[in-house]
Design a protein around this ligand. Sequence first.
Ligand SMILES: [Zn+2]
Length: 163
Amino acid sequence: MEILAHPNPALKQRAQDVEHFGDRELKSLVTTMARAMYDAPGVGLAATQVGVLKRVIVYDIDEGLVALCNPRIVESSGETEFFEEGCLSLPGIEVSVERAPSLTCEACDIDGSPVIIQAEGLLARVLQHELDHLDGVLIIDRATPEERRAAIRRYNEVVHTFG
Ligand SMILES: [Zn+2]
């Protein structure tokens, strides 16, 4: 399955909660997303990025594949930090994004069992990035107006260069 790229309108949509767990549809969505993420390659992917408006994310920060449904950040702490982020839906550019360095995320696994994740560093950043996708928010939306304009200009040049 193809990963949607900006400015595809689906990337601006808010995804809906998963209500049916453990069925074939959800499992096949997660398999498709994992394949697309590893092929890219990337460390995380939200269902929104394959055009499915469900609150599902996958990630693998070299600790194995994790799939989460209906993830939400219930607590974040520490002094926010800026770091350059890339996005599979904005190939070729990076944007400096301010994020919390540590957080607690509550979610369900694909069978509907509750999961609590204490995250910091890269994982905290990946979770905030992917949860943004579920709300239709991209890294360029996190930038200042000036940075956003510059990033979109670079993005359009890259897209133009590579067709
Ligand atoms: Zn992204």
